[in-house]
Design a protein around this ligand. Structure first.
Ligand code: SF4
Ligand code: SF4
Length: 108
């Protein structure tokens, strides 16, 4: 797991957070704190080292840590299988592996 700073997005679901502060206590980088409403909140996102402790120890599944590049997948709108076909064209025909015009499918 990558441990470099500034690579993560942290999502907290306030409806599920009961303010127990377990995530705050476990965070080694002091990224989290309880806010005025008594809920966990992000106070130093750039310090997050993606250790995942907060997500692992939250008893209410109220916090999620994910890589920042996950945000860009929708923007590019390319499914993993589609991107693989772009990178690996069929050797015989030169067509992309997922190309429907590729008639080398053994099922047909
Ligand atoms: S561990 Fe979960 S429930 Fe407790 S304060 Fe953190 S996010 Fe909220
Ligand atoms: S993943 Fe969670 S516990 Fe780990 S540094 Fe980031 S906010 Fe703190």
């Amino acid at each position: 797991m990558a441990k470099s700073k500034g690579q993560t997005e942290i999502i907290i679901f306030p409806d599920w957070c009961k303010g127990c502060a377990i995530c705050v206590s476990f965070c080694p980088a002091k990224v989290l704190a309880l806010n005025e409403a008594g809920k966990s909140s992000v106070v130093a996102l750039e310090e997050c080292i993606n250790c995942g402790f907060c997500e692992l120890h939250c008893p209410d599944f109220a916090i999620m840590v994910r890589p920042r590049q996950a945000q860009n997948r929708r923007k590019n709108d390319v499914a993993p299988s589609e991107s693989a076909s772009v990178e690996a064209p069929d050797k015989a025909t030169g067509a992309a592996a997922g190309d429907p015009s590729n008639d080398n499918d053994p099922k047909s």
